[in-house]
Design a protein around this ligand. Sequence first.
Ligand code: CO
Length: 214
Amino acid sequence: MDKNAQDLHRSLLENNKSWSAQMREENPELFTELAKHQNPFFLWIGCSDSRVPPNQITGTMPGDMFIHRNIANMVVHTDMNLLSVVDYGVNALGIDHIIICGHYGCGGVKAAMGDEFNGYAANWVRNIRDVIRLHEQELNAIANEEERFDRLVELNVAEQVYDLSRTSLLREAWNAGRKIKVHGWVYGLHNGLIKDLGVTRDQYELEQGSVSVG
Ligand code: CO
């Protein structure tokens, strides 16, 4: 795509027309059914990165996933946007599987490894610097910078899974007997594959210090 073209956005509208036509041809009832209600099975919390489109990389369709995205797939306890999505997803839509998916090569995570900087995003990245502090010993022991970066991406996902599991929203849901699972995944930009970190949480459990990732 020519990024400077004045009518660049028009190609999206053209694409949309042909996509809609193709979808209706494959499944004539799809849009009439989707217009009535949504009944997604998954709640996805992912990075805003343009290279990690949730539906495409998981082979899911419109209606399958309730989605929240922000820089570096963070769970910040004062984020009303995230909490509202989780509340609606869990309590109104009845979703039991929450997936927090990070990705290798994440710019937000990379920024947290570097020097302090100015601007709005610096405050957001502050939360990732806290993850570095929690795992300082393990991270400092990794000499290779790329490996340290990859590991921080994984540790960050594990900490966000933990932080989500410590919200009052999930505590209440688990206390009410809901079988909710929070999964931690990492997507590889280099091969398009998702790795399950094995850090799934299904209860309101307190950790002492940093969380462990196999
Ligand atoms: Co990212």
